[in-house]
Design a protein around this ligand. Structure first.
Ligand code: PLP
Length: 462
């Protein structure tokens, strides 16, 4: 199956059998990496990092334009976050989830504080997929209904339910999945499923399509609409103004739980605490992970509205995890939220988008025939590459297999040769640096991309 992350574009290592490190040797012998075949993967052996940079055992330094998997929002090895984990480790490493402890309670309190509206209660998980699984379970129990509507262009995680809910082709190998998932098309002005002429028309038509889908499935059967507030891995698709408000109205009209999956965009990535804040939307459930503690210790969860939470006031919630609310992970969340506040990183993300990334990408679009579209919000952007601007034929086909994605591999390799670690997905480069990135480093990284685009331009016919 095609890769949708950077693994697909790594260059082969040049080391011989004699000079491989123990880390590389043991990795090759014993580790099966995510979404990869072990015979083909040659991972970089990372030895450390600082801020927006990380380095490997061969002494190379990489400017991280991916924040790994869009999680290291406060950068690598932030001293305050490292210290908080160390302090918590000295105090209480782990405890069963039926006990309360200071770190978990404080993390829940802070998360509720930054969440919109009356989302006041947190169910903790170990990551994003489990958050989605539990949000679906909560919605079904709360409504007594079964169906869940999700978008084709989406990724919600790799466990059975979350992967079925994903539209992403990564679900194909695990089908048939759970029952009750119904998919719809969300807005995507550049490649409209509705033949729209502009963003306003795309919004109107995407909402009409969702309304029709609800009608055909029977509103009384639908527990939830699950959608990414800004679609991440499937394209960095910022919804047109009015779309999320329209989804909220449809949910209200039919008693459907609105689940905003903010695993990738929550906690500042888009220049607000949560991406829904851009449109003043209060979902019933928000799923989160990644940015909550920058991924220093695995953590995710569901933030629950008072109304949904009330369903579990006296009825036991039928779900749980041994490591739910893990003290080390929660202490990291407390420290991370503190860092966002102290360093003003949410505003900084917004400003980096409007002042630096957005204008630089628009300039690249004007210069390079391979750039079909640029879009994004805060510190979360995509450059969509095409062979022909008029036809919008993508630089590599949808879900291209190894070999068929050669043009993107070449482009990514050109970035890497210049010391930039890119996030490549399909025919797009995603730009998601740590929110702490030095402004000059950000500009230098964008210059590297600009230079590397010459490689993509060579594949253009129009
Ligand atoms: N939801 C979204 C929007 C994601 O982007 C991801 C992962 O990238 C997930 C859920 C799954 O999160 P995890 O990999 O932590 O299970």
């Amino acid at each position: 199956m095609a890769q949708t992350s950077v693994e697909s574009v790594r260059e082969p290592a040049t080391t011989t059998q004699d000079d491989v490190s123990a880390a590389r040797r043991d990795d090759r012998r014993h580790v099966l990496h995510s979404w990869s075949s072990y015979a083909n993967l040659q991972p970089v052996v990372v030895t450390g990092g600082q801020g927006a940079w990380f380095h490997d055992e061969e002494g190379r330094r990489w400017l991280d334009f991916s924040s790994q998997l869009v999680n290291v929002n406060v950068g690598h090895q932030h001293p305050k976050l490292v210290a908080a984990i160390q302090a918590q480790a000295a105090k209480l490493c782990t405890i069963a989830p039926y006990h309360a402890n200071e770190a978990t309670s404080e993390a829940a309190c802070l998360i509720a504080e930054v969440a919109p509206g009356d989302l006041n209660r947190v169910f903790f998980t170990n990551g994003g997929a489990e958050a989605v699984e539990n949000a679906i379970r909560m919605a079904r129990l709360h409504t007594g209904r079964h169906k869940v509507l999700t978008a084709y262009r989406s990724y919600h995680g790799a466990t059975a339910g979350a992967l079925t809910a994903s539209g992403d082709p990564r679900r194909w190998a695990s089908e048939p999945g759970i029952s009750g998932i119904v998919r719809f098309w969300g807005p995507y002005p550049y490649r409209s499923a509705f033949h729209s002429a502009d963003a306003a028309q795309e919004c109107e038509r995407a909402l009409a399509h969702l309304r029709d889908t609800i009608m055909a499935e029977g509103a009384q059967n639908i527990a939830a609409i699950l959608l990414e507030s800004v679609v991440g891995a499937n394209g960095i698709l910022v919804p047109p103004d009015g779309y999320l408000q329209g989804v909220r109205r449809l949910c209200d009209a039919h008693g459907i739980v609105m689940i905003a999956d903010e695993v990738m965009v929550g906690f500042g990535r888009c220049g607000e605490w949560f991406a829904v804040d851009h449109w003043g939307i209060v979902p019933d459930l928000i799923t989160f992970a990644k940015g909550v503690n920058s991924g220093y210790v695995p953590l995710g969860g569901v933030i629950i509205s008072d109304a949904v939470a009330a369903s579990f006031a006296t009825r036991a919630y039928p779900g749980g995890l041994t490591y739910a609310g893990h003290p080390l992970a929660c202490a990291a969340a407390v420290a991370c939220i503190g860092i966002y506040r102290e360093e003003n990183l949410i505003d900084r993300a917004r400003r980096l988008g409007t002042d630096v990334i957005g204008p630089a990408l628009e300039a690249m679009k004007a210069r390079h025939p391979s750039v079909g579209d640029v879009r994004g919000l805060g510190a979360f952007w995509a450059i969509e590459l095409v062979r022909n601007r008029a036809t919008r034929e993508p630089l590599v086909p949808f879900n291209a297999s190894a070999g068929a994605d050669a043009a993107m591999t070449e482009f990514a390799t050109a970035c890497k040769r210049r010391g930039l670690w890119p996030f490549v997905a399909g025919n797009r480069l995603h730009i998601a640096p740590p929110l702490v990135i030095d402004e000059q480093d950000l500009r230098d990284g964008l210059t590297i991309i600009d230079e590397a685009l010459a490689v993509a331009d060579r594949h253009c016919s129009g």
